[in-house]
Design a protein around this ligand. Structure first.
Ligand SMILES: Cc1cc2nc3c(=O)[nH]c(=O)nc-3n(C[C@H](O)[C@H](O)[C@H](O)COP(=O)(O)OP(=O)(O)OC[C@H]3O[C@@H](n4cnc5c(N)ncnc54)[C@H](O)[C@@H]3O)c2cc1C
Length: 470
């Protein structure tokens, strides 16, 4: 059973379906059955490429967004087959296309595999709330409509947790206030922010830029405020006319040694973009080689800078931000949030300006939390994750970004070594891998996880025992 049908869950299912070939287990129509479960009712696009994406753009050129590790150009090939694709292939390869188009691609990939293997995959709409190991080693998953599903193996492909509410000493009464938008990717967020009146976006990363791009067209009355600690926005992708160069790996070491090595390369004349991009294939290994103290140090001091250079934005989106600022429609603040207080007129927000410490007060119609992936799995309201932790089936990673997994993605239980059949893919593995949120890493993980599930399935499944094997 695959819980979550965004990119990660969907691609895991697709790989399993593709691997079926013509070798069914004797006595069964198919070698195994898969349940693909998602609370949204959509199967493929997930949070990033679904309805909530609005007019948002991919932050990677289409030529690198193929869903399969061995075929990064697959998305481009799919586009070529569409009448409305427009543009020639070379131009499309470096274009930042609409995210919803990418969602259509994922849906189409799944549709095709489903049609080729009609008996194997069942899509189920529902939110998984609880997971219980059964005495025979299988799992029962309880869904919100009161339905139970049973399976031999479970894959958690739940995506990102919503960012935690900003922490400060106030009463916290704003958290239940409908004017505080704590789940930024809900489909109606843009509509709310477009209403007349001032609004505040917390965080100045890619999420913020996405909102700005959508609001530039829609928000006709009221100003947009952005508040972040350092006021750092993502850096623009360099023009495609500057060819990229592989600057090679950096030796593993302490955080200080790694930072020094990066600085040396740049001081030696390498282009910063190439040094950062060349680190990508080894980021997970470098992260795993760091001590816990170094990981904490990185998160506390370097992460904001890393995010701006690593998660870059299309130049046109940054130009739009500058234009809004120039026109006075956007005001960017640097500072630390003190409190948010619900009042009759709106949400009163007070922050301390960086540098001067001056207390600044804003009155806004909505506050949206776009602080990104700064999740804490112990503070998440996600019932399924809570149940896994409470039942001792999972333990948080040392930084509480997600759940601790072994090298194969199997959850580590509260005590002892993993022996069960619950796997995680994607952002839940962030504490273990750090770099595990974008398509490039997820397509690799999905392919590897499918191989692992197939290997285990071959050895263990008693045909016909359960409604779902995976
Ligand atoms: C706005 C945005 C833009 C992005 N743009 C890019 C980009 O351009 N390029 C790139 O490489 N990466 C991008 N990313 C990174 C993105 O996270 C990954 O590319 C990928 O979409 C993540 O897929 P996922 O399946 O792991 O998570 P998600 O897409 O979040 O899917 C998780 C799914 O699980 C479901 N779910 C969660 N909990 C439950 C439950 N308990 N029961 C049932 N279902 C559940 C949710 O409904 C959701 O559909 C972007 C991310 C965001 C948020």
């Amino acid at each position: 059973m695959i819980l979550g049908a965004g990119f990660s869950g969907t691609l895991t299912a697709i790989h399993l379906l593709r691997a079926v070939g013509g070798s069914p287990v004797p006595g069964r129509k198919s070698p195994f059955r898969i349940a693909l479960v998602d609370s949204s009712g959509a199967f493929g696009p997930g949070v990033a490429y679904g309805r909530g994406a609005g007019e948002g753009l991919l932050n990677v050129g289409a030529g690198s967004m193929g869903a399969f590790p061995e075929a990064p150009g697959d998305f481009l090939g799919w586009l070529g087959g569409r009448e409305d694709a427009g543009g020639n292939q070379a131009a499309l390869a470096t274009a930042f296309l609409p995210r919803r188009l990418y969602g259509e691609y994922l849906e189409d990939l799944l549709r095709r595999e489903r049609e080729a293997h009609p008996d194997i995959l069942e899509t189920v709409t529902g939110r998984a709330l609880d997971l219980v190991p059964m005495p025979d080693g299988t799992y029962s998953v309880f869904l919100n409509q009161g339905r139970y599903l049973y399976a031999q193996k479970v894959v958690l492909a739940l995506g990102n947790f919503s960012p935690p509410p900003p922490v400060f000493g106030g009463e916290g009464g704003y958290q239940g206030d409908p004017r505080y938008l704590g789940q930024p990717w809900r489909p109606n967020t843009i509509e709310r922010l477009s209403e007349p009146g001032d609004v505040l976006i917390l965080g100045s990363g890619l999420t913020c830029l996405d909102f700005l791009a959508a609001l530039a067209k829609r928000k006709t009355r009221g100003r947009i405020h952005v508040l972040s600690r350092r006021g750092l926005f993502p850096i623009a992708h360099p023009p495609v006319s500057i060819p990229s160069k592989n600057e090679g790996p950096i030796p593993a070491g302490t955080l200080r040694e790694i930072v020094r090595a990066v600085r040396r390369k740049i001081a030696g004349g390498a282009f910063w973009r190439d040094v950062i991009d060349s680190l990508r294939p080894q980021t997970q290994a470098l992260w795993q080689g760091l001590s816990l103290e170094d990981r904490r140090r990185f998160v506390r001091h370097l992460r904001p800078y890393w995010e701006t250079v690593r998660h870059r934005a299309p130049a046109e989106v940054l130009a739009l931000k500058d234009r809004l600022e120039g026109e006075g429609k956007l005001v960017c603040h640097r500072g630390r949030l003190s409190y948010i207080e619900p009042t009759e007129e709106g949400l009163e927000v007070v922050f301390q300006r960086r540098g001067t410490g001056e207390a600044v007060r804003l009155l806004v119609g909505y506050v949206v939390n776009g602080t990104g992936l700064a999740a804490d799995c112990l503070r998440t309201g996600d019932a399924l994750v809570r149940s896994l932790l409470d039942r001792g089936l999972a333990r948080p990673d040392a930084l509480h970004f997600g759940l601790e997994t072994d090298a194969e993605g199997r959850l580590r239980p509260a005590r002892g070594e993993p022996r069960h059949g619950i796997f995680a893919i994607g952002s839940l593995r962030r504490g273990t891998l750090w770099e595990t949120t974008a398509v490039r890493e997820l397509r690799q993980q999905a392919a590897e996880l499918a191989v692992r599930l197939r290997e285990e399935e071959a050895g263990e499944i008693a045909p016909g025992r359960l409604p779902f094997d995976i």
